[in-house]
Design a protein around this ligand. Structure first.
Ligand code: 5GP
Length: 258
């Protein structure tokens, strides 16, 4: 897929050629931004990224043109960096613009967030302004339940509900904080403040691995100095220039800018 950038250049978004050696079989899950397909290998799935965007528990719906391809590429790059940091992920390889080959996982119904700067849910919950640098990263777990808009819970709730074991929760916490340490420094070099982000984890056999995606849909990225938002808040808050913000993050993450 060729993308036209504001600087007038067009370039090939994904170097990965379509890899027809993997056959896409039955659709087994369709979420707000992604579809998951079985493949002819029982240990592998294909994750397909859509341009559909939703916010506020799907009350707001729209399309961000090119988002699926951008999020696939950004996630592919970031998963590979995170793997190198010793955190196992579901990423196997990027198959095409919108398709990622992933390990089959059983998703743990938790949305794990780490925050470095106040914004969004934390500001609302505690009645504090956005943009305050936190003295320590704030680690949170939310119960993945659309009907309740993913409520904040603690580890005792997760244990009592049997969502994960104590050992699994500890692994998830360690991995999430290590992902934060890595990503914060990575984006620092790109002149971006990593405000907060959401991760999802799954079980692959007995192993806990990072799943889902790491993208402008799931992170808050603020340009240092100006505070300009380069993430899904542009869509959530009707700030305009949504597509160009996603493309700017793609160019930064792939080393073509910044
Ligand atoms: P908040 O709790 O402030 O709404 O979100 C914290 C961070 O996690 C933000 O970077 C946000 O993008 C991400 N996040 C939390 N829940 C979701 C969700 O259901 N979907 C997506 N795409 N991101 C989420």
């Amino acid at each position: 897929m060729w993308m036209q950038f504001s600087n007038g250049f067009a370039y090939l978004l994904s170097e990965a050629k379509n890899d027809n050696s993997m056959t896409k079989l039955k659709l087994i899950y369709e979420g707000k931004a992604k579809k998951i397909f079985e493949t002819d290998d029982p240990a592998l799935y294909i994750q397909e990224f859509k341009d559909d965007a939703t916010a506020f528990n799907a009350l707001k719906r729209g399309t961000i043109t090119g988002k699926g391809a951008v999020n696939n590429k950004i996630s592919s790059v970031l998963f590979q960096h995170v793997e190198k940091e010793g955190i196992p992920t579901h990423f196997v390889k990027q198959l095409s613009d919108r398709e990622m080959l992933i390990r089959k996982v059983q998703i743990i119904p938790l949305e794990v967030t780490v925050r470095n700067i106040t914004a969004g849910g934390m500001s609302k919950l505690l009645g504090i302004e956005e943009g305050i640098r936190l003295k320590e990263p704030v680690y949170e777990i939310h119960y993945k339940k659309d009907a309740l808009a993913d409520p904040l819970i603690n580890e005792e709730h997760a244990l009592a509900l049997g969502l994960a074991t104590r050992a699994e929760l500890e692994t998830i916490r360690q991995y999430a904080l290590r992902v934060n340490d890595f990503l914060r420094k990575f984006f620092e070099k790109l002149n971006i403040d990593l405000v907060d982000f959401k991760l999802e984890f799954g079980r692959a056999g007995a192993q806990i691995i990072l799943a889902d995606e790491i993208s402008p849909d799931t992170c808050r990225f603020w340009e240092k100095g100006t505070g300009r938002k380069l993430d899904k808040d542009r869509f959530r808050r009707d700030l305009g220039d949504v597509e160009s913000a996603y493309q700017e993050m793609l160019e930064k993450v792939t080393g073509k800018l910044g």
